[in-house]
Ligand binder design. Structure first.
Ligand SMILES: NC(=O)c1ccc[n+]([C@@H]2O[C@H](COP(=O)([O-])OP(=O)(O)OC[C@H]3O[C@@H](n4cnc5c(N)ncnc54)[C@H](O)[C@@H]3O)[C@@H](O)[C@H]2O)c1
Length: 289
């Protein structure tokens, strides 16, 4: 089955669409006949991405557009919405995907916290609030994809601002889907994309070769489309190092810190690390190899 919004002629807006996962999504969408507007920062980056998208087999000149947009600014998102409506009349697919990961610590400068929260969490909240009311009013099938992270679920130590932003985005997207499914006549579904390790500008850290553990952005988007078409809300992507069974154990362990009254982040606590290591070996479907 194909998601009813992911069909030729639909209109998609992808934030952070000039590189990585967003750019790969733009290419896949265009290849299936969806019209795509990428929103990102930096005119040159957008132009370069548009040239790449135009090379996709079957891509028509009228099928792609781009607009400089800072997702942390409501006025930029309003301008983006107007731009797409002027061009194509509506939006059917919203991918709130823009993200940054500059690194952070608890007592980091306030600006780091402000920026990470404003882009990763604020950008998706603002994007949803800007676009979804008009999508609802149109009464057509629609889809909202918010790009979260495993770091927002298992919250490993080392980058608290990023983890908080992605944990907030998970909660927001869950609430959004609850709202949509309880709205009479609504044909829009929301989904949380949870990539594994994907080789992009965000994770390259100076590397030009994809590490063996990472997936490509294209692999990630292929998996996303397969799971969207299957109707999954949580699109939990594996990578070449971490199979789904191991993710499940990590997620379960994190959730049971509270239930078992263990210290937070006990997976990284010396007193509990051995118990976690043993727990992680016992996958529901057998030992993890
Ligand atoms: N790469 C991974 O392993 C990984 C894992 C989990 C989650 N993610 C998430 O996937 C999403 C896409 O990241 P990616 O890995 O493709 O990285 P990327 O750096 O290639 O893409 C992110 C894009 O967001 C854009 N962007 C940054 N700030 C913006 C702003 N204020 N307004 C508009 N655009 C902005 C960047 O210019 C860039 O083009 C992010 O939300 C990221 O947190 C990535």
């Amino acid at each position: 089955m194909t998601h009813p919004a992911l069909v030729p002629g639909s209109v998609a807006v992808i934030t952070g669409g000039a590189s990585g996962i967003g750019l790969a999504a733009a290419k896949r969408f265009v290849a299936t006949g969806i019209r795509v507007c990428i929103a990102d920062i930096g005119a040159e980056r957008i132009d370069k991405a548009l040239r790449e998208i135009a090379e996709v087999k079957g891509a028509g000149v009228e099928q792609v557009a781009g607009l400089e947009t800072d997702v942390s600014k409501p006025e930029d998102l309003a301008r983006l919405h107007q731009f797409v409506r002027n061009r194509w009349g509506r939006v059917d697919v919203l991918m709130n995907n823009a993200g940054i990961q500059p690194g952070s610590s608890i007592f980091d400068q306030q600006g780091t916290w402000d920026r990470v929260l404003a882009v990763n969490l604020g950008g998706a909240v603002l994007g949803t609030r800007e676009f979804v009311p008009a999508m609802l009013a149109a009464g057509r099938p629609g889809v909202v994809i918010n790009t979260g992270s495993k770091q927002g679920i298992t919250t490993p130590p080392g980058d608290p601002a990023y983890n908080v932003s992605k944990a907030g985005l998970k909660v927001f997207t869950e609430a959004l889907q609850h709202e949509l499914r309880n709205t009479p006549g609504c044909q829009i579904s929301a989904h949380l994309l949870i990539p594994g390790f994907v080789f992009t500008e965000l994770t390259a850290h100076g590397r030009s070769e994809k590490p063996p553990a990472a997936w490509t952005p294209g692999q990630t988007v292929d998996f996303m489309l397969e799971r969207l078409n299957a109707g999954d809300f949580y699109i939990l992507c594996p990578d070449n190092d971490v199979p789904r069974a191991l993710d499940e154990r990590r997620i379960l362990w994190a959730a049971t810190d509270l239930v078992e009254n263990r210290p937070p982040l006990s997976r990284w606590h010396p007193d509990y690390a051995p118990a976690f290591a043993q727990f992680a070996q016992i996958a529901p479907s057998g030992p993890i190899t």
